[in-house]
Write a protein that binds this ligand. Structure first.
Ligand SMILES: *Cc1c(COP(=O)(O)O)cnc(C)c1O
Length: 648
């Protein structure tokens, strides 16, 4: 995709919601859950079975304000989570039926994608009718999964590197009657598992992860191939099976697992991997190992940029197509090889959770490229560079060559900076030249907009003249993949989309880090460095939604600059409610005190120290007693407050 900044030249009386839809592409990435309403506000349709139910983001914002919850806020739509769990399970079940496939679908949710208890509970609850299970990849996750996946018919899949405690915990799960599968990532884990299960006399369910030839594209393609971090080579797979057999445990080998990477953009990689795994499964079967499950891992992608393409932030297939490729791929190979159809396990995390949460942040300031302007009146004996710049501005008329004017102004501005360094012009003259430069650029922009064709320099000009909107959030806490791996996340103004955008901006966060910014958007099907913004009146606040943050972003953020976790609002749809929703739960974000404690500070004793210091100034007569008490209280209030800007 190019870095084109799309010119939006639609007048207010011709602007329609369809135009807004085209600019922001909400329906393209919204998965049917988000759309722009007729009133120009973004709406949520949380339950696709009941499309008449619509939640207006402006009502949500209003209620959050009435509850005195400070922004930024994470909004969780539990209905979306439930819908996604249902969609995935129903897709597998219906394709399995249609294909006359003999195995069943037994999916699991890998909790690393979002370990929030409320998220895991909701997924377990919505998945109960399908015996949907959980996956853990570490000891802490395993402890959580053991306590929360209590359905004896659901699978518990254990991936990741393991120690003895990990294996003992897994066997505890077996004792509780659960279907806990220990997936061997490394040959030595198998020896440990056999030893401990014999010692405890508990029969394990063994899975093996196979390193695949089939490579996924995209950012996680290193998850397969010879250099993959996890999994066994085919030689190790055979060695493992034979070792189990020799130990009288051949029958405990029940599952074959692969995972070729997250966010797979191209469906071909999925077909390849399914095919490869089915061959391995069939061969093992013919060797006498009657495996029951093939686990196709994660990788089911999300179309973040709405392009339905093989872009890194997109996918060129639907959930239904993914499911069909898995089911038909396995069926075809098994029928050819004359082995039974295995039960199918998948570990989709991103696809289940991405849509269910978003971040609402408020714009708290605008950083204009020109900053302020100063008087540029002519002064006797001024430098020729300054006079030239003024002449350029004064001389602008309808017949002027705008490209040339733009070039001249840019060149003279650079010369002025050099001249200042060489002590040829003074600070005041430099400031005047810069003021004139920005006035010329604005004038060129206005005049270009009136032209019927779009001149070449317009893109550069729009980008140069765009403002940075300062938003009350931290990229490192709330959108870490946009910083770490250039992941595109949809950003949309939540209201006012019934009028055409009036200016372009990029977004910067409140951390003291130049990387704390978002300057990659998908606008009108192209990547753009700026986001078109509708007009906002002085007395209104402007709220932006950062969407599809439910997978990974919600839980991988860090405390850069000591900005902590966000306030959270959990929303349930409710047909009888006039606004179609109610706030089910509010979870307070991290307080200043809490983030300081994590960094080994002692906030309570800091408060006492501060009180002592203030009291000393009171005793010295530097602060009046009444004032002293106020300062002490103020310090304590800030300690127990929210880490983000207080804009009330
Ligand atoms: C991360 C991971 C997943 C989840 O992948 P998604 O692409 O988010 O669905 C599944 N399985 C394993 C082994 C993983 O490491």
């Amino acid at each position: 995709m190019s870095d084109l900044i799309p010119a939006i030249n639609i007048s207010a009386d011709q602007w329609t919601i369809a135009d807004a839809e085209k600019v922001y592409g909400v329906s393209n990435w919204g998965g049917g859950y988000f759309k722009i309403g007729a009133n120009g506000n973004v709406h949520v349709i949380p339950d696709q079975q009941q499309s008449s139910m619509k939640i207006d983001f402006s009502s949500v914002i209003k209620e959050i304000r009435e509850e005195n919850i400070q922004f930024p806020v994470v909004i969780r739509f539990h209905d979306i989570l439930r819908s996604q769990v249902m969609n995935l399970n129903e897709s597998f079940n219906s394709v399995i039926e249609e294909a006359n496939y003999k195995g069943t679908y037994k999916g699991v949710y890998p909790i690393k994608v979002n370990q929030m208890r409320e998220v895991v509970e909701e997924i377990v609850d919505a998945g109960a009718p399908y015996d949907f299970g959980l996956e853990a990849g570490s000891k802490p996750e395993l402890l959580a999964v053991l306590a929360y996946n209590t359905n004896e018919n659901a699978l518990t899949i254990l991936n990741g590197y393991k120690d003895e405690e990990f294996i003992r915990l897994a066997l505890l799960g077996r004792k509780l009657g659960r279907k806990v599968v220990v997936v061997i990532e490394k040959y030595s884990e198998l020896l440990m598992l056999v030893k401990i299960s014999k010692e405890l006399n508990i029969e394990p369910i063994v899975g093996i992860r196979s390193k695949m030839r089939a490579k996924g594209q995209g950012r996680w393609q290193g998850s397969s191939g010879d250099k993959a971090k996890f999994g066994l080579t085919v030689a190790e797979v055979i060695k493992s099976a034979r070792y189990l057999e020799a130990q009288g445990m051949g029958h405990t080998l029940k599952l074959l697992h692969f995972h070729i990477g997250s966010q797979l953009p191209d469906i071909r990689a999925i077909k390849d991997a399914v095919n490869e795994s089915a061959r391995i499964y069939a061969e093992l079967h013919k060797m006498g190992f009657k495996l029951e499950y093939v686990d196709v891992g994660g990788g089911l992608g999300i179309d973040y940029d709405g392009s339905q393409s093989t872009n890194d932030s997109s996918r060129n297939y639907s959930v239904r197509e993914y499911v069909a490729d898995v089911v038909y791929g396995l069926r075809e190979m098994c029928d050819l090889e004359n082995v039974p159809h295995p039960h199918i396990v998948s570990e989709s995390g991103r696809a289940l959770t991405a849509h269910h949460s978003c971040v609402i942040t408020e714009v708290v300031g605008e950083i204009k490229p020109e900053g302020a302007s100063i008087s540029t009146e002519l002064i006797e004996g001024e430098h020729i560079l300054l006079s030239n710049m003024r002449a350029l501005l004064v001389g602008m008329d309808d017949n002027i060559n705008l490209q040339e004017t733009f070039n001249d102004a840019s060149q003279w501005k650079e010369q002025a900076a050099e001249a200042f360094k060489l002590r040829v012009i003074g600070l005041e003259e430099l400031a005047k030249i810069e003021t004139l430069y920005w006035q010329i650029l604005r004038d060129v922009q206005t005049r270009s907009a009136e032209k019927t064709f779009t001149p070449e320099y317009t893109n550069v000009l729009d980008s140069t003249l765009s403002s940075q909107y300062l938003c009350n959030f931290s990229v490192f806490q709330s959108a870490v993949d946009s910083w770490a791996i250039g992941q595109l996340l949809p950003v949309v103004p939540l209201t006012g989309l019934d009028t055409p955008p009036v200016k372009n901006c990029s977004l910067v966060d409140i951390t003291c880090d130049s990387d704390g910014k978002i300057d990659q958007f998908v606008i009108d099907h192209a990547t753009s460095s700026v986001l078109p913004m509708p007009a906002v009146s002085e007395d209104e606040k402007c709220y932006l939604g950062l969407f599809l943050t439910g997978a990974y972003q919600d839980v991988m953020g860090d405390m850069h600059n000591l900005f902590g976790r966000l306030n959270e609002v959990h929303i349930f749809s409710h047909d009888d409610d006039p606004e179609d929703f109610y706030i089910e739960e509010i979870i307070k974000g991290t307080t200043v005190e809490e983030v300081l404690s994590i960094m080994q500070y002692h906030p309570r004793s800091m408060a006492l120290d501060m009180k002592r210091l203030i009291d000393k100034q009171v005793a010295n007569g530097k602060i009046r007693p009444r004032e002293g008490v106020k300062w002490t209280d103020f310090y304590e209030d800030c300690l127990s407050g929210y880490t983000y800007l207080n804009t009330d």
